[in-house]
Design a binder for this molecule. Structure first.
Ligand code: ATP
Ligand code: ZN
Length: 599
């Protein structure tokens, strides 16, 4: 490191987003490297399952804020006296984290676990032309991507595959894989019985997925009966009624729908009586045997035991409902046993509790070593930023499981001309008095400033607020239309001659003018926000068994049932198992071979 690099680094203020698996490692590295000031943002609290790899946390820290806890945890080795500032909140909270706030940092290190937050930070860094060090790991795979805005590929330059979901009818009527039964047990059965916030699908939702009227009627009936049973949760025969309904009555009803079984093997309704003797001989210790495959009677024992415990928790009044959590033994036991008995009925292989936990909870195990390697390279790569030839010296880094190489590097590619984020000219628009300024003021200002003859305006992801055929809102105030700090507006040339632009809206308290950024607007070339094109197919990784990562709104590691999708049953065979984030191909400078890149 040269003297200049050292001085610049010591003076630098950097941001680290995410204090989880990569974040803990990265913070340690940045502190030991002697960065002057590090700000840390994380929205989460520490949970038991974090402790095996997020080494800055201890058992006593469970339920405490991650970002606040890491700051104290690193003090014993904060040899260079790095200033640390932490924030508990989502980086996407534009009120808390304004553009001005982002602008104070020389580098933004992403140590996140979801596409949405990464893409958000990417866009902010593009607006501010700020360097971002993107990193991610999944199991043994990991990568670091330095992003120099408008010079090298940004996070959105490669197509990110939407996480996999399953058609509802596969889950509810015709499961064929363990993961279908797990999803049913966790997202349908468990949620319906023990979680008040569970939402059930309407007939309209179901009809989008199946053309079979009797199937839809059966599924709705199933759910209504479950809701009636749930009302009996405090009663002593609850357990037997549940088992009989879900594993016998519901299955018998499904069997009446001939169309479902023309090409599929029929399920066999479960008869409690057939296992009564064996059930009496099951050792209660079976519940702790995580890596053995339980017999049908053992699954039945665990199911009944877990229902009793969950029933007692709710009856005690301490909890009004219980949510599935892979670290909550009662919920995991219930889902394992219910899923396995359903698998048995549908002639699908049974899973051990250990395997099921991976699938239902944390799907691809996070590996501490991969996090450590990736965090190390993320920190090391940041040193390039302070020297000369920064782009030329920077590399993408990938972990490798090949016998003779641990990491693979590649030079940074330039941004894709089709990228919805970095192929578009962007700037920051500052507006005050949004309660007084009306849309026509803005339309006029935009046309004058940028030379458009006629424009259309799209607010946020897709809200068209103005074009020449839709001028109803011209007299509405910007406030009424939803102009708030953090929102983005896209300006398109109705004549298709000039490029579109995207403006980040920053609402100012005092000033009442519209301040538009100076932008050079060329002739129209690519269509912004274009759909990803076929010519860059995203390969689907081969995974063993049914390991999948599927995101829902709250937890990126959750499985979920497709809900209201327009995919009908005939497409169900097309379902794919995917990683949380996409893979793409890139050329390598050293090996001249192609590798798969994991974001
Ligand atoms: N929008 C966001 N703003 C701030 N922090 C975020 C945001 N989204 C995710 N994070 C944080 O990024 C970190 C990612 O770390 P990691 O991948 O290890 O996930 P985790 O939730 O700690 O672990 P696991 O999901 O495996 O239990 C988490 O601490 C998470 O809270
Ligand atoms: Zn891009």
């Amino acid at each position: 490191m040269t003297k200049d690099t050292y001085i610049n680094k010591v003076l630098a203020k950097v941001l680290m987003v995410g204090a989880g698996g990569i974040g803990c490692e990265l913070l340690k590295d940045l502190i030991l490297m002697g960065y002057g000031e590090i700000h840390i943002v994380d929205l989460d609290t520490i949970s038991l399952s974090n402790l095996n790899r997020q080494f800055l946390f201890r058992h006593r820290d469970i339920d405490k804020s991650k970002s606040l806890t890491v700051v104290n945890a690193v003090q014993p080795f904060n040899f260079h006296g790095t200033q640390l500032v932490s924030y508990h909140g989502s980086i996407m909270d534009a009120k808390l984290f304004t553009l001005e706030w982002f602008d104070q940092f020389s580098i933004v290190f992403n140590a996140l676990d979801n596409i949405e937050a990464r893409a958000y930070v990417n866009r902010i860094c593009l607006f501010l032309r700020k360097l971002m060090m993107e990193s991610g790991t999944t199991g043994f795979n990991g990568q670091v991507q330095p992003i120099f805005p408008y010079r090298t590929e940004c996070f959105d330059c490669t197509v990110k595959e939407t996480p996999k979901t399953f058609p509802v009818c596969t889950i509810r009527s015709t499961p064929s894989k363990p993961v279908h039964c797990i999803t049913w047990a966790k997202d349908f059965l468990f949620a319906q019985l023990f979680n008040d916030e569970a939402q059930e699908l309407s007939a309209a939702d179901l009809s989008k997925e199946s053309d079979n009227a009797s199937e839809i009627a059966t599924l709705l009936k199933e759910t209504n009966e479950l809701a009636e049973l749930k009302a009996k949760i405090a009663q002593s025969d609850f357990v037997h009624e549940i088992v009989d309904k879900i594993f016998r009555v519901d299955i018998e009803r499904l069997l009446l729908i001939d169309a479902l079984w023309k090409t599929r093997t029929k399920p066999e309704p479960f008869r409690f009586e057939a296992y009564e003797v064996e059930l009496g001989q099951v050792s209660p210790a079976i519940i702790d045997e995580e890596t053995t495959q339980w017999s049908v009677a053992e699954n039945l024992h665990v199911l009944m035991a877990s229902i009793l415990r969950l029933q007692a928790r709710i009856n005690s009044g301490k909890e009004t409902f219980v949510s599935f959590d892979k670290d909550d033994e009662d919920t995991l036991n219930f889902v394992t046993a219910a899923s396995n008995i359903r698998s048995f009925i549908f002639l699908i292989p049974i899973q051990t509790k250990f395997d099921l936990k991976q699938i239902a909870g944390n799907i691809i195990p996070a590996i501490a070593t991969t996090n450590a390697i990736i965090a190390g390279f993320s920190a090391l790569q940041s040193l390039n930023i302070f020297g000369n030839d920064t782009v030329e010296k920077s590399r993408m880094i990938f972990t490798s499981t090949a016998a003779n190489k641990f990491v693979i590097t590649s030079t940074l590619a330039s941004g894709s001309p089709k990228c919805p984020s970095c192929s578009i000219t962007r700037g920051i628009m500052r507006v005050g008095a949004t309660q007084e300024l009306v849309l026509s003021d803005l339309v006029g200002a935009l046309k004058t400033k940028y030379g458009y003859a006629e424009i259309s305006l799209v607010l946020g992801k897709s809200k068209l607020i103005y074009d020449c055929d839709f001028d109803d809102s011209l007299d509405n105030t910007l406030h009424q239309l939803g102009f708030v700090t953090g929102e983005v507006i896209q300006v398109n040339d109705e004549d298709d001659e000039l490029e579109s632009i995207e403006l980040y809206i920053e609402v100012l308290e005092a000033d009442n003018a519209i301040q538009l950024p100076d932008l050079v607007i060329g002739e129209k070339k690519a269509t912004p926000r274009a759909e990803p094109e076929e010519e860059h197919p995203v390969p689907t990784p081969e995974l063993d068994g049914d390991v999948v990562v599927i995101a829902d709104e709250d937890d990126d590691d959750d499985l979920m049932i497709t809900n209201g999708s327009s995919v009908k049953r005939k497409h169900e065979e097309e379902e794919k198992t995917t990683l949380e984030t996409p893979l793409k191909k890139t050329k390598l400078d050293e090996q001249e071979e192609e590798v798969e890149i994991l974001d």
